[in-house]
Write a protein that binds this ligand. Structure first.
Ligand SMILES: O=C[C@H](O)COP(=O)(O)O
Length: 267
């Protein structure tokens, strides 16, 4: 577990919410969670690009951190259709999601490209949320651990220990994500989180490596959220569908937080 004592919990709204849906969602979520101290919780939402500017104005950044779903690794230039770090800076985005499996699989992004984005995000003082995870084929071949290690080592290539303090990792097994996903068992997820932590420790040393937050994502819901968070190597949850209704997200947060705080006390 990370030693920062914070529950990391957030959602990526993928390509589902327009501007008003996003601001309504954020405003409601902010109101519902006002009484929860942010000392113990980092709450974040990653909306569509078009909604980001209005989203930032709709809720205080101290309440809900905002992230972009992707970012170009160059500041400016001939990159039609891309969004630069400077454009995200202008809006006041804090997090940049990098390498979601939908980017890797549908848009054929590679570990080398994810690494360029990670380095660029760090250069601009964003928190890169690097997403990693094995496909079902890789799992069945028994190479999940190797895949995770490659995605971490390639994705974080040339990241200095100082920069590593600002990184978050999301472990999202591809077979667990979305409408056809099967949630990973808490034991399986915990085992893979340990592989990830061990790899981070190998790269950045015991203290730094251990303190990089590793979040689990993939069919998290009201039923499995608290079970997942009680596991020693799971620092947070990265949720899709179950978090897109603010009331439901609030229920998940309130289910998870006491379990997380209890785990903190035991450590
Ligand atoms: O970015 C979030 C993940 O893809 C998880 O989505 P899901 O909870 O709908 O499976």
């Amino acid at each position: 577990m990370n030693k920062m004592g914070k529950l990391y919990i957030g959602t990526n709204t993928k390509m589902y919410m327009n501007i008003s849906q996003t601001t309504d969602f954020l405003t409601k979520l902010h109101g519902l969670t006002l009484d929860i101290s942010r000392k113990n919780m980092e709450l974040f939402v990653i909306p569509s690009y078009t909604a980001l500017n209005s989203a930032r104005k709709s809720v205080p950044k101290e309440s809900i951190s905002l992230g972009a779903q992707n970012m170009c690794w160059e500041d400016r230039g001939q990159f039609t259709g891309e969004i630069s770090p400077l454009m995200l800076k202008e809006i006041g985005v804090q997090i940049v999601q990098i390498g979601h499996s939908e980017r890797r699989l549908i848009f054929k992004e590679t570990d080398v490209e994810e690494n360029k984005k990670v380095l660029c995000a760090l250069r601009h003082n964003f928190t890169p949320l690097l997403c990693i995870g094995e496909t079902i084929e890789q799992k069945e071949k028994g190479i999940s651990d190797e895949i995770l290690k490659i995605q971490i080592k390639m994705g974080l290539d040339k990241v200095t220990p100082e920069q590593a303090k600002n990184i978050w990792i999301a472990y999202e097994p591809v077979w667990a994500i979305g409408v056809d996903g099967i949630p990973a068992s808490k034991e399986y997820a915990n085992e893979k989180h340990k592989v990830i932590k061990d790899t981070l420790i190998e790269l950045f040393g015991e203290t730094l490596g251990r303190n990089i937050p590793v979040l689990y994502g993939g069919s998290v819901n009201n039923q499995n959220a608290a079970d997942l968070i009680q596991m020693p190597y799971i620092d947070g949850l990265f949720i899709g569908r179950s978090a897109w209704d603010a009331d439901n997200f609030n229920i998940i947060i309130r289910n998870v937080l006491p379990t997380f705080l209890k785990k903190l006390k035991l450590n």
